[in-house]
Structure formats: structure tokens, C-alpha cells
Design a protein around this ligand. Structure first.
Ligand SMILES: C[S@@+](CC[C@H](N)C(=O)[O-])C[C@H]1O[C@@H](n2cnc3c(N)ncnc32)[C@H](O)[C@@H]1O
Length: 209
């Protein structure tokens, strides 16, 4: 091994260690999925997934917010990492996830999850703004789709009737400088809430009796 080879081997090991440290914030089943999914994505040079999947620190917050929430809808499936994570984190949770594209490597990542979790994920190839396909109420809506102002507003309006009192709407990339549309939509809709990392969380008011 030359000193250059040794240097790049060491850099790779350090990167792996840093990644393992970041995954420690996640529940073990979810961390294990992410570890294997990341290896697969790196082998396949699937840069889209490596760049677009929700980061472990934000995913930890999302999973905390989703605790005890049994019907979760995600808008923006991409290759399914967050949908799988939500399903793995709670064995009673159903996840419905929408994307305008059925991205090709998705099935390979889904295969890394157990059958029990996979059976609880419904994938819909439709824009998020097409809204619910049935009457079942939703207790968390996670929006990580176009990041466009008009589309985000249309998504909230389409899903609002399905949200239970006390349900949450979680917006991804609230602080991202390239996606002002998310902040503009929240502002235009007048949604109060709080920032959690790069997420913005709005809680649907309980109905007054
Ligand atoms: C940032 S990625 C989502 C990442 C995913 N939530 C995860 O954590 O793995 C955004 C995805 O939203 C999808 N998308 C864009 N516009 C959309 C729309 N109007 N409705 C639903 N999905 C949309 C894109 O095709 C892309 O796959």
C-alpha cells in the first residue's frame, strides 16, 4: 500500500465513523436501515438519494414528533428512506407517501426493510396536492416535495380537511436558502408554529366544544 492509498483508506474509515456517529441519534432499527441504504447508495453512486434524503438529525426530530401517530402522510417520497424510517420506528404505523415520480432505485431500498414494515407503506404516484384518496384521518403530514410556494399551499389546502385536531404539519427545508417557497407558503397560509432544526412544525388546533 502506498502512502496515498493509506491516506485515502484512512479518510474513508473516518467518514464511516462520522456517519455511524450521526446515525446514533436514530432508533436502532432505523439507524441499521440507513447504514445499509447508505452503503447501497454509495455503491450505486446514487447521488440523488444521498443528497435528497432527510438527514439523520432532522429525521430524529420527525420521528419524535411522529411518536404515537399512527397514520402519517409524506409528500415527496423520493427513494423511500423516510417512509421506511417512519414505518420501522413504529410497528403500528401506516405510512402513505406521494411523489410525482416512481423513482427507479426505490424498490432496492425498500427491500432493506422487513416485510412487516413494507406492508404498512402505501406509495402513490401523484402530486401531493391531489390530496387524500380515502376518508381516513391523518395525524401527521410531512411535506418534503416541490418546495414551491404555490404547490405547498395547494398541498396544505388539499390535506387540511383530513387532519385530525392536534395533528401536525411538518415542513422540510424551512431554513433552506434555495427554497424560499416553503417559508412564503407558511407565511401566506398564516400557520403558526415552531422551528425544529431545519423543520417547521404547525399543530392543528383542537376543536373547541
Ligand atoms: C427532497 S426529495 C424527498 C426526500 C424524501 N422525503 C426522503 O427523505 O427520502 C423531494 C421529492 O419530491 C418529489 N416532488 C416534487 N414535486 C412534487 C409534488 N408536487 N408532489 C409530490 N412529490 C413531489 C420529487 O420528485 C422528489 O422525489
Amino acid at each position: 500500500m502506498t502512502s496515498d492509498d493509506r491516506g485515502s483508506w484512512l479518510r474513508r474509515q473516518l467518514a464511516e465513523l462520522r456517519r455511524a456517529a450521526r446515525l446514533r441519534v436514530l432508533p436502532p432499527r432505523v439507524a441499521w436501515f440507513h447504514w445499509r441504504a447508505h452503503r447501497l447508495a454509495s455503491r450505486r453512486r446514487d447521488l440523488f438519494t444521498l443528497r435528497s434524503a432527510t438527514r439523520p438529525a432532522d429525521l430524529r426530530v420527525l420521528l419524535e414528533l411522529a411518536r404515537d401517530r399512527r397514520r402519517v402522510v409524506e409528500l415527496g417520497t423520493a427513494t423511500g428512506w423516510t417512509a421506511v424510517s417512519l414505518a420501522l420506528a413504529d410497528p403500528c404505523r401506516e405510512v402513505v407517501t406521494y411523489d410525482i415520480l416512481a423513482r427507479e432505485p426505490r424498490e432496492d431500498y425498500l427491500r432493506l426493510a422487513n416485510n412487516q414494515a413494507r406492508r404498512r407503506i402505501e406509495m402513490v404516484t401523484e402530486p401531493g396536492s391531489s390530496g387524500p384518496r380515502d376518508e381516513r384521518p391523518v395525524d401527521l403530514l410531512y411535506i418534503d416535495s416541490s418546495h414551491d410556494r404555490a404547490e405547498t399551499i395547494a398541498e396544505v389546502l388539499a390535506w387540511r380537511p383530513a387532519l385530525l385536531p392536534g395533528a401536525m404539519i411538518v415542513f422540510d427545508d424551512f431554513t433552506h436558502p434555495e427554497y424560499p417557497g416553503v417559508r412564503e407558503a407558511i407565511c401566506e397560509l398564516g400557520l403558526d408554529g415552531e422551528r425544529r432544526g431545519t423543520l417547521y412544525v404547525h399543530t392543528v388546533a383542537e376543536r373547541s366544544s
